[in-house]
Design a protein around this ligand. Structure first.
Ligand code: PLP
Length: 382
């Protein structure tokens, strides 16, 4: 039986339907005017100079690394405790991921550990804003400057979050968003790179569309025959106008979604405050968090104990998910001989609670009751 309270529920409806219908009726469904409008809207919302839509955050990260000049022989420091796409993008670019530890309470990269892993081959850091919670952008910018490194922000989950009163997307040279349905703004699948550099934006536009010298829209609306050329070996990483039309409507919902998610997180925080076992997210006062995912920690607990808590919750009709994965323990990275005890503990002992804008206070109460009863049950058998 599906749980009464699911883990997430994307918010979408009539406005998205209408926008998609209009695209279909217009006859132009691939990358076109809606993609441009979506890019402009996201850039304006985030306070970024340029925005380039692509097919996912994975492809956004891949192209960002390429435009930053990262390739074979280079090392790129990434957190292992992240969705595996963070590390995969480095491999796609031909470079080598170097896994670093995260802070156990924020799940964001640990600055001192990253510093210790810098070698003469290090060219970049992928700074993940894990679960939408902004990482220490200023600290990492200073480190990057000291060692002439590029920072690519993996902001897959962070649209609508802010760092030092400015939205994520406005700080960095290359910032990548995801529009997968588990994110606040969804286009089914999709991504975007926000950049402060026109040069990067121009090359990103080229790379996402086969390296083609003219874009389809310019060619289609030209009164003179245009023959394109292909300037470099590139990719098809386009977003479609159907997806972009949905994204524009989703973006309109974003401020209210962030506010509601913050209210729900505050309800969880309040009910779990001071608990002897369950620890709530740690959010510094320099950031505003979009609460893309609300994850609680059970410090010192094993993955098996955490899984038992999840099973007990599921039996009570409440879904949950295991904490963020670690890439270095997956078969895909079996060749990487690295021990990251802090990341492994953080991943094994955390779990994600249900959170979506349609929840009400009684749903939060039910989730908290299920969590605490499950924790008590597992504690009694320890
Ligand atoms: C931190 C992080 N990076 C990258 C990705 C990949 O995003 P996408 O599915 O849009 O490629 C995700 C997706 O969950 C993520 O959480």
């Amino acid at each position: 039986m599906t749980p009464r309270i699911p883990i997430a529920r994307p918010e979408m409806g009539e406005p998205e339907w209408r926008a998609i219908r209009e695209v279909i009726e217009s006859g132009w469904v691939t990358q076109g005017p809606r993609v441009e409008a979506f890019e402009t809207a996201v850039a304006e919302y985030c306070g970024a100079e340029h925005a380039v839509a692509v097919s996912s955050c994975t492809t956004a990260l891949h192209l960002s690394l390429i435009v930053a000049g990262i390739g074979p022989g280079d090392e790129v420091i990434v957190p292992s405790m992240s969705f595996i796409a963070t590390a995969n993008a480095v491999v796609h670019a031909g470079a080598e991921p170097v896994f670093a530890e995260v802070e156990p309470d924020t799940f964001n990269l640990d600055l001192a550990d990253v510093r210790a892993r810098i070698t003469p081959r290090t060219k970049a850091i992928v700074l993940v804003h894990q679960l939408g919670l902004p990482a220490d952008i200023a600290g990492f910018a200073a480190l990057a400057e000291e060692h002439a490194l590029t920072i690519v922000e993996d902001a897959a989950c962070a649209i609508g979050s802010s760092y030092r009163s400015r939205r994520i997307g406005s700080h960095g040279e290359l910032v990548c968003f995801s529009f997968h349905p588990r994110k606040l703004v969804t286009t089914g699948d999709g991504g975007m790179v926000l950049t402060s550099s026109k040069e990067h934006a121009d090359r990103l536009r080229l790379l996402r569309q086969h390296g083609m010298s003219v874009n389809d829209r310019v060619r289609s609306s030209s009164t003179a025959v245009i023959r394109e050329s292909y300037l470099e070996v590139a990719y098809n990483y386009r977003l479609t106008d159907i997806q972009a039309a949905m994204g524009i409507e989703q973006l309109r919902r974003l401020p209210a979604m962030v506010q509601r998610r913050q209210e729900l997180a505050a309800m969880y925080d309040e009910r779990l405050a001071g608990h002897a076992v369950v620890k709530t997210p740690v959010v510094s006062d320099t950031v505003s968090w979009n609460v893309q995912t609300y994850s609680v920690r059970l410090p010192g607990w094993s993955a098996e104990e955490r899984d038992a808590v999840m099973q007990h919750m599921l039996d009570a009709g409440v879904a949950s998910r295991a904490g963020v994965m670690t890439a270095h323990r997956e078969p895909a990275y079996a060749d990487f001989d690295v021990k990251l005890p802090l990341s492994e503990q953080a991943s094994d002992s955390s779990l994600v609670m249900p959170l979506y804008t349609g929840m009400d206070e009684s749903d939060v109460d039910e989730c908290v009751a299920a969590l605490l009863s499950a924790v008590e049950h597992v504690c009694s058998g320890r």
